[in-house]
Design a protein around this ligand. Structure first.
Ligand code: FES
Length: 105
């Protein structure tokens, strides 16, 4: 799907993301700043914290119980926070917008 990552600075990155890859993997593959993914996608570091655009939060869904615990460690976590490594892109997610928190720069 065609997705947009927006840095805390407002810089936008448009990516044609392969279906099935995680939002963390795609950010790393495209050298998008603001998502570190230190733990390699194990939901264990919270350096891939993103905010899901409000219009998409229902479609993308909320965090698992373990993910929610990790998000408690993420600075500035909100209702629409997710770990990017736990979001796997679906083919019909064209237009999805993810925002990176200022704390991750
Ligand atoms: Fe570590 Fe997502 S990459 S929690």
């Amino acid at each position: 799907p065609k997705v947009t990552y927006i840095e805390a600075s407002g810089a936008e990155h448009f990516v044609d993301a392969p279906t099935g890859l995680s939002a963390m993997e795609v950010a790393i593959d495209n050298s998008i700043p603001g998502i570190d993914g230190d733990c390699g996608g194990q939901a264990a570091c919270a350096t891939c914290h993103v905010f899901v655009d409000e219009a998409w939060s229902e479609e993308v869904g909320g965090p698992s119980a373990h993910e929610a615990q990790m998000l408690e460690l993420a600075e500035g976590a909100q209702q629409n926070s997710r770990l990017a490594c736990q979001i796997n892109f679906r083919s019909d997610w064209d237009g999805l917008v993810l925002r990176m928190p200022a704390a991750q720069f």
